[in-house]
Design a protein around this ligand. Structure first.
Ligand code: ADP
Length: 576
């Protein structure tokens, strides 16, 4: 039965019970009222008439006419008010006794008449008593049935009260539970509210939805699984080691190459905590440390450091040989994890080492013949050997300049190979910055004079702290900066060299007012062999990159502030 019909049916029953209760109660009250009225009307009147007749008898001796009138009047009234069984007979007796009394008028007939009247009174008072007892009985039974009906309707009302809310809430509760199950991805949940309920439609729609979701889940699941298998195949086919980590550093996937270099089988990697595994695996520990460093750097946005980190390859011993890997950390969107990609750069590293080695050997080997050329040139210039004419002198000068340049380039190349081979030995000692500045000024004196360059020194002696550096290397750096400043300025230019104290740091700077450097190249001028396009002055493009390596090896920094057309200011900073 539908809920609507159930409610209508129950309320209908309740209405019928209440209506019957009302009808029954009003009819019963009406009946009791009628009974009571009858008692008053019939029996009470008979008693009154009888008492009037007794009164008439009592005044008969004194006023016979009035007494007779009174008696006859009441007797006639009594004649028309015979309600009780036997009352008609007694009234007839009364008429007879009255006639007899009128005829004989003795005490006997009088007594007899009075006795008959008393019989009528008794008859009616008995009836009154009987009827009032009946009325009381009726009232009792009315009361009983009224209470009974009230009880029945109360029970029905209680039943409805208990049943109706449940009738509505239980399907809603079941529906709510179903929705929670669905939201927990349990799509096999189904609802059943019976056949004759409005909720059947709701259940039908719910079950359809759950079925479709389950079909959708299965198809998406199948798609996800096939995509996963596809990705796994691709990842395993890649020769480069790849490791996927979740945001909690659990290993999501690892290809064959990574399991080989980590020396851990796949089943011991997948879904395991990389942090736990890293306790017993050195390589994994280094990868995680690098990842944490990388994310710290990302936070601090230190591009220079990031580049440096990416530049230094990771050395791994695999298959009893040294391998080099460049590590790339690819963060997934919304910080949901990281993919660690290792590119094998062993071949490049070996080639690079070979190149460095080659440059080192060549530079070293070239130094001796260049020195020999310079020595021979010196001898050639000696007048004891013979006089040279003007043209020969010019040619000799040319040989001298180029040999000097070759010597400086081989010197720079040697320094670079030192850095690249990682054999840069520092011999630091406490040094006054002014000593480095003086060295640089002396080293470039000839050049400055040649270009008629005016070198100014800005050095507040008492304010500058000493620094702990390898003075030979840093003097070379400052000389290189000063020589660049002279080279890249016009003739008769002005160059300022000096130092500044900055809290616990000392800055040594070289400022020129030459052509300046385009901001696009402020970073790249510190790269190996880089020269600003269009630079006419001869050079190797190595000076600044070696300077940077030397300065950073001391824990210092080097930077340039420059605007095209306004000049450049190179600043080297050291901790004191
Ligand atoms: P090199 O001077 O031998 O070319 P460096 O590494 O010292 O190599 O300099 C790299 C490049 O930076 C130079 O080729 C030049 O273009 C630019 N550069 C260096 N110093 C200055 C300067 N003071 N003014 C303008 N450009 C400069």
């Amino acid at each position: 039965m539908k809920t609507k019909n159930k409610i209508a049916f129950s309320i209908g029953i309740l209405l019928i019970v209440i209506a019957s209760l009302g009808i029954f109660a009003s009819r019963s009250i009406q009946m009791i009222k009628l009974n009571t009225e009858n008692i008053l009307k019939d029996n009470y009147n008979s008693v009154m008439y009888s008492q009037n007749m007794l009164k008439a008898i009592s005044i008969f001796d004194s006023d016979s006419t009035a007494a007779m009138n009174l008696f006859v009047k009441n007797m006639n009234l009594q004649k028309h008010n015979e309600t009780e069984w036997n009352e008609k007979q007694t009234t007839k007796q009364l008429i007879h006794d009255y006639d007899l009394f009128l005829k004989v008028k003795d005490a006997g007939s009088r007594l007899r008449l009075e006795s008959t009247i008393n019989s009528i009174i008794k008859l009616n008072t008995d009836a009154i008593q009987r009827k009032s007892e009946k009325a009381v009985d009726s009232a009792h039974s009315v009361l009983f049935y009224t209470i009974l009906l009230s009880l029945v309707s109360t029970l029905i009302a209680i039943f409805m009260l208990l049943r109706f809310p449940k009738m509505f809430t239980s399907p809603i509760k079941a529906l709510l539970e179903g929705i929670i199950e669905i939201s927990n991805h349990k799509y096999d949940k189904r609802l059943d509210f019976g056949h004759n309920s409005e909720f059947t439609d709701v259940a039908k729609s719910f079950n359809n939805m759950a079925k479709e979701l389950s079909v959708f889940q299965e198809s998406s699941m199948a798609r996800i699984i096939s995509t996963k298998q596809y990705l796994e195949t691709v990842i395993n086919a890649i020769k480069e080691p790849i490791l996927g980590l979740s945001d909690k550093k659990d290993i999501l996937f690892a290809n064959t190459a990574v399991t080989q270099i980590l020396n851990i089988p796949t089943e011991k990697l997948i879904d395991k905590s990389a942090l736990d595994l890293s306790l017993s695996n050195d390589l994994l520990r280094r990868l995680i440390r690098g990842m944490e460093k990388g994310s710290d750097k990302k936070d601090s946005d230190d591009d220079k450091d990031k580049e440096k980190d990416n530049d230094s390859p990771l050395k791994i011993y695999s298959d009893n040989k040294e391998c080099y890997y460049e590590v790339h950390y690819l963060p997934l969107s919304k910080n949901s994890g990281t993919v660690v990609l290792l590119s094998d750069v062993t071949k490049f590293k070996m080639r690079d080492d070979a190149k460095t080695n080659f440059i080192s050997v060549i530079s070293h080997e070239l130094k001796t013949p260049i020195s020999a050329i310079l020595m021979s040139l010196k001898l050639l210039e000696d007048e004891r050997v013979g006089n040279m004419n003007g043209e020969q002198k010019e040619l000799a000068q040319n040989i001298q300049d180029n040999s000097d340049r070759l010597l400086s380039i081989t010197g720079e190349l040697l320094k670079m190979t030192q850095v690249e081979a990682g054999v840069l030995h520092l011999n630091p000692k406490i040094t006054k910055p002014i000593e480095l500045i003086d060295y640089a000024i002396n080293a470039t004196r000839v050049l400055a004079e040649h270009w008629n360059c005016n070198i100014e020194v800005d050095y507040p002696e008492d304010k500058i702290s000493k620094i702990f550096v390898d003075s030979e290397k840093i003097a070379w750096v400052i000389t290189n900066l000063l020589s660049n400043a002279i080279h890249y300025s016009s003739e008769n230019a002005r160059v300022i060299i000096g130092a500044r104290q900055l809290d616990k740091k000392v800055e040594i700077f070289v400022q020129d007012f030459g052509k300046g450097i385009d901001p696009r190249y402020h970073k790249t001028i510190f790269d190996r062999y880089f020269r600003v396009p269009g630079t006419k002055v001869q050079g190797s493009g190595l000076g600044l990159s070696i300077s940077k390596d030397f300065v950073e090896a001391h824990g210092g920094t080097i930077r340039v502030d420059s605007k095209p057309g306004e000049g450049s200011r190179f600043v080297v900073t050291f901790n004191t």
